[in-house]
Ligand binder design. Structure first.
Ligand code: DLZ
Length: 208
């Protein structure tokens, strides 16, 4: 038994993925690790009851492409009001008010109603494997991808699960996909991402 205290605690309630539609968007860099993570994710999604027909898998070249692909699988929150067109994002709302009304800093903006559109997916799992090289490339991509994926979920209300490994070595990546080369094969983090997706998707339906 491991002495480590790390890792997720079980979810508060039994997970039921049977009504959910889940998209997996994965990069193709570091393919052997990606393949193991995607397989682990799909297996665990099915274990929670997500139907195979409701799991859509889409690939992109590298991790840097993940946020745009995820955002294309969502519908932005719609904002209704006198100044802002439906379909604008929450970020647009602030920018739009300033540009449309030069006095907006001093006047009170009209009340805005933010509505949640029907989304094609209840959760999106973004899977990538970044392995540090000898340049700053790794740092730039890790930083921008994590921020952009967070932005997609906050702008759309669709849970986006951060399935991007940011490994310092090949072995770190292999162990986190459950295919380590040492005595211990490690643990497939795709399983945790699947559980996080089902929990967040189920909760989001209640919060909406
Ligand atoms: C270019 C590059 C490098 C060096 N390393 C990785 C990596 O470890 N993992 C990954 O997912 N993608 C990598 N990429 C590709 C970039 O994410 C991206 O696809 C290209 O810069 C094109 O935008």
């Amino acid at each position: 038994m491991s002495d480590s205290i790390k890792g997720p605690a079980p979810p508060p309630a039994t997970l039921d993925g049977s009504p959910l539609r889940v998209a997996i968007v994965h990069s193709r860099w570091n393919k052997s690790v990606i393949d193991a993570l995607v397989a682990g994710t799909i297996a665990k999604l099915k274990e929670t009851g997500v139907k195979e027909a409701n799991i859509v898998v889409q690939s992109v070249p590298g991790s840097f492409e993940l946020p745009l692909a995820c955002s294309k699988l969502t519908v932005p929150r719609m904002i209704s009001g006198s100044h802002v067109q439906a379909g604008a994002t929450a970020t647009d709302l602030l920018g739009g008010l300033t540009s449309l009304n030069p006095n907006s800093r001093t006047s009170t903006p009209a009340p805005q109603v933010v509505t949640m559109p029907h989304q094609p997916f209840d959760a999106i799992i973004a899977i990538g494997v970044l392995i540090k090289g000898s340049t700053m490339h790794f740092e730039y991509i890790c930083e921008s991808v994590s921020h952009a994926l967070m932005r997609v979920q906050l702008d759309t209300g669709v849970p986006v699960i951060f399935g991007v490994l940011t490994a310092l070595t090949d072995d770190q990546a292999l162990e986190r996909a459950g295919i380590g080369r040492g005595a211990s094969k490690g643990h497939n983090h795709g399983e945790d991402w699947a559980l996080a997706a089902v929990e967040m998707a189920s909760q989001s339906r209640k919060w909406a």
